[in-house]
Design a protein. Structure first.
Lengths: 105, 136
């Protein structure tokens, strides 16, 4: 029940590439918020968040992503979720967040 | 014939994951398929998260999770005494303007077969969630 986050800025493409592994819930969502906000404060660019190894996310985690999405919209930047597992796809679909956060689904 | 299991849980974020694992293990043993176990896991976690988020410092430090197994279903009740809220003021989240909060109850209702919320202002809230075996 932990969350590992990695972030790197791809200068060639001018975008953030983040990876989340583990679980995002009420106890780990603040970590996700810190990494998303920290990256965006450093360089205002689009964020691609890889979820291949994220096994669980709940409404607090989705809320953090929605918050980042809202703040990034002011500068016309986007946050995109890449390759979520089926259980996470289901939540994104129920909440209709797939329409705004997942270009690939 | 039903079995009832009760957990008394401190209202702290770090224990929501423990409840999630315990209840998904119960649902798995009760014969729910992988997708249904996942639904139950998310719904219980959301209900616990609601309690932890709304637990004021002066409220009781524990909440209760009760699981009733049997008769082809699982009934999970999450009960707190965190002061309650006005259920009629709950608004379904607007799809076009997503907000950071308010998704929890929406997700619970989407994933479980039956959901009842009882809340009494000044006292507490109880969320009762039912999932049936073999329901498509």
């Amino acid at each position: 029940m932990s969350l590992q986050l990695q972030s790197s800025y791809n200068k060639d493409l001018g975008q953030w590439e983040l990876t989340a592994k583990g679980e995002v819930d009420i106890s780990t969502a603040p970590q996700l918020r810190e990494v998303l906000d920290g990256a965006y404060r450093e360089v205002k660019a689009d964020i691609f968040l890889r979820l291949d190894e994220l096994t669980y996310i709940d409404s607090t985690g989705l809320g953090v992503i929605i918050g980042a999405f809202g703040r990034m919209q002011e500068s016309k930047n986007r946050i995109t979720l890449i390759n979520p597992k089926d259980n996470i796809k289901k939540l994104l679909s129920i909440t209709n967040l797939d329409r705004i956060l997942c270009s690939e689904i | 014939m039903t079995d009832i299991l009760k957990f008394s849980v401190p209202g702290k974020p770090e224990y929501v994951g423990t409840v999630r694992l315990a209840v998904s293990s119960l649902a798995n043993c009760a014969g729910f398929d992988v997708e249904a176990v996942e639904d139950i896991k998310v719904a219980v976690s959301e209900a616990c998260t609601n309690v932890v988020c709304h637990c004021k410092p002066e409220c009781e430090r524990f909440y209760e999770v009760a699981c009733e197994l049997g008769d082809g279903r699982i009934i999970i009740s999450v009960m707190d005494n965190a002061g309650g809220y006005d259920v009629s003021k709950y608004q379904i989240p607007a799809i076009e303007q997503p907000k950071e909060g308010g998704l929890g109850i929406f997700i619970i209702k989407a994933l479980m077969d039956e959901v009842d919320i009882f809340s009494e202002l000044g006292l507490g809230t109880s969320i009762k969630m039912v999932k049936y075996l073999n329901r498509i």
